[in-house]
Write a protein that binds this ligand. Sequence first.
Ligand code: MN
Length: 397
Amino acid sequence: MIDADDLVALVQNYNPKTDCDLIRRAYAYGQEMHEGQLRHSGEPYFTHPVAVAAILTEQQLDDATIVTALLHDTIEDTRSTYSEVESRFGTEIAELVDGVTKLTNLQLSSTETKQAENFRKLFMAMSKDLRVILVKLSDRLHNMRTIRSMKVEKQGQKARETMEIFAPLAGRMGMQWMREELEDLAFRVLNPEARNSIIRRFITLQRETGDVIQKITSDIETELDKAGIEASVLGRAKKPYSIWRKMEEKEIGFSRLSDIYGFRIIVNTEADCYAALGAVHQRWRAVPGRFKDYISQPKSNGYRSLHTTVSGRDGKRVEVQIRTQEMHDVAEAGVAHIGPIATVFAQRTPLPSIRPSGFPTLPSASIPKKTTTSFSKPSSLRCMPTRSSVSRPKVML
Ligand code: MN
């Protein structure tokens, strides 16, 4: 288990001004409160809040959020109370912990998409402070990572909730990596046959065609080099769940699925994004209807990038995303990173910055409706889109 010193060091890595004493006190208090409690795996219960705190340090969150993670199950599961947390750690942290407790108590039973939709709205309405949702998402992520030690019936229920509520929520918050990991962990429980089958097909494909990703990456690098654009190119196979979803949507089998690889071009400037797009389109044929300019028209969560699909080697389609490093950081970390956009919402009740290094305030979900910004609408953070729920496989693999 990560000890208090390790955790403090993780925070100090990105926040030299961290209140070490506060974190140590929260660590000691959480450990004392959960003393004697065990997880399903048989480990001490406190390993869980500590792991959640560690996940949040990866997102470089502020001290209050890290402390909230350490204490997030104390009011609910131990003899600790709101007023005790408040007297020891202050009102801000007590309210954050209370917010997480309330979300936990929603008793999510998400059998229908409609219901999941309502829960997502409720979630946002209840979470006046987005840090509450970040803690709850990280809590779910750790529970999903360790789901194997749970009873089988419980696993299915947790996985469905994750697929229907938490993964879309992470996506909505602009945290793509978390959405993908949550989806994959849930997919593994809900449909292991489909997932294994897709993974096996990848292995076969790689045996037949060699490392396609490497080949296409160097093709793209050559073109950009010729055009004099400084860039780094990253290729990857799409995640099993997103492939499976595509197969379902299009009702086709794996062999007919064309875009299973995604490539990302990271350049220095916005102008280079368009230059890189030109270079790619000049060399490969663009697939009609697949070009999207999220730089001039950013998504409501702040996401910016150019998207295109081209016919690459052997007529195989290749999806390409082009962005700057800054756009990439926003795309990966979402609200944990988009301080500048978030300030616009936060005019009524100024909240402390969630990022320690002078990042502005996070939006509060109870912000007046009329606030506008050139980046995004505040309401978009509260109204979750309907996304299809997990259903039975319709296609042969
Ligand atoms: Mn928990």
